[in-house]
Design a protein around this ligand. Structure first.
Ligand code: DOR
Ligand code: ZN
Length: 388
């Protein structure tokens, strides 16, 4: 059974978007009509997704076209079973992704390694030198889906982290402590104090991405650090839901992800950061497909699947915040700058019109996967991709 959509009026601050302000005078003069046409179309460099779960096998084949349709590149999470630990694992996984691409798709997977306490610094160095991997992912053991092989004791991975600091390879961090006495809603803020700040003090040159930041504390921490060594990804869904959406009126398993969405005040801080133009913040959808059978269960999996409508969701959020002019920075420019890659030359055009009817689920060989429901109409859709 699908959850009732949340009340749209409660999701986002109600502001009259610039496009709507102009379209009120659409019929008045030809000049206004031109302004409307421009405000209802937005051309951006083709976006990238700096945090994505593609899985493997039938699920990979089912979800990959959803990302490849709109995004040029994505940082691919390594939390498979078994995880992507070595350069050889990453190369083999990259080949499986490329083989699963639809004919004619232009999409580049940017691979990551799953950091374990036995990761070999020399293997990481080689993989980075050959551009096989673009980052290493730190999962505190037990923090989330398939994190059992993650790190228990950071001192055991110091040689790897020192190598990464030396060669400039980013560390992507799942920023939550796992101690059972820490409340799940506090785990990100506690991670900043207990793990991230001390780590950055001891290795200031290590380039770190705080993945899927969900709290005002996380935003404030990142803002206080140098943009050359500290970035943060923000998901589309954390800009749209807060914890009430998960729990009020019945439990909504498709809104459950990790880090779990926090209070509305934290969502406001995320919107403020994403729409601020600050280069430290960029899009990482954390689109994380699980079949409905695994989500709608007594112990349901964490993850929101947003690959299909993430750009529509983002455009709506930025439009409502009056910040459409900053969407390109967030979705297409800040991430490449942090990862020291060129921005994409191709473009996508977003068009504002009648609400888009996305399918509620996509079919995969493993079973149906429910698409994230923002709970309000999505007026923006991707019209086209073109070369510059
Ligand atoms: O919600 C989440 N799902 N958070 C994660 O950190 C992992 C992801 C997954 O792999 O399903
Ligand atoms: Zn993730």
């Amino acid at each position: 059974m699908r959850a009732d959509p949340p009340d749209p009026g409660k999701l986002l601050p109600i502001a009259v978007p610039p496009s709507r302000r102009v379209s009120l005078v659409w019929s008045a003069t030809g000049l206004s009509a031109i302004a409307t046409a421009m405000n209802d179309r937005l051309t951006l460099r083709r976006p990238d997704d700096w945090h994505l779960h593609l899985r493997d096998g039938a699920m990979l084949a089912g979800v990959l076209p959803e990302t490849a349709r709109h995004f040029a590149r994505a940082i691919i999470m390594p939390n498979l079973v078994p995880p992507v630990v070595t350069a050889a694992d990453a190369e083999a996984y990259r080949d499986r992704i490329v083989a699963a691409l639809p004919a004619g798709a232009r999409f580049e997977p940017l691979m990551t390694l799953y950091l374990t306490e036995t990761t070999d610094p020399a293997d990481v160095r080689r993989a980075a030198a050959n551009a096989i991997v673009r980052a290493v992912k730190l999962y505190p053991a037990g923090a989330t889906t398939n994190s059992a092989s993650g790190v228990r004791d950071l001192t055991r991975v110091l040689p790897v982290l020192e190598t990464m600091a030396e060669i400039g390879l980013p560390l992507c961090v799942h920023g939550e402590v796992t101690d059972s006495e820490v409340d799940i809603f506090d785990r990100e803020a506690v991670f900043l104090d207990r793990v991230l700040a001390p780590l950055r003090d001891s290795l200031p040159d290590l380039r770190v991405v705080m993945e899927h930041v969900t709290t005002g504390e996380g935003i404030a921490y990142v803002r206080g650090e140098p943009a050359a060594t500290m970035g943060a990804t923000i998901t589309a869904h954390h800009l749209i839901i807060d914890r009430n959406h998960i729990l009020v009126g019945g439990i909504k398993p498709h809104y459950y992800c990790l880090p779990v969405a926090k209070r509305a005040i934290h969502r406001a801080a995320l919107i403020d950061a994403a729409t601020s133009g600050d280069p430290r913040f960029f899009l990482g959808t954390d689109s994380a497909p699980h079949t409905d059978a695994l989500k709608e269960a007594a112990c349901g999996c964490a993850g929101c699947f947003t690959a299909t409508n993430a750009l529509s969701c983002l455009a709506e959020v930025f439009d409502r915040a009056g910040s459409l002019d900053r969407l390109e920075g967030f979705a297409s420019l800040h991430g490449p700058a942090f990862y020291r890659l060129p921005a994409n030359e191709e473009t996508v055009t977003l068009v504002r019109g009648a609400p888009v009817a996305y399918p509620p689920k996509i079919d995969t060989g493993d079973g149906p996967v429910t698409l994230f429901d923002p709970g309000f109409p999505l007026h923006w859709h991707v019209e086209e991709s073109t070369s510059r």
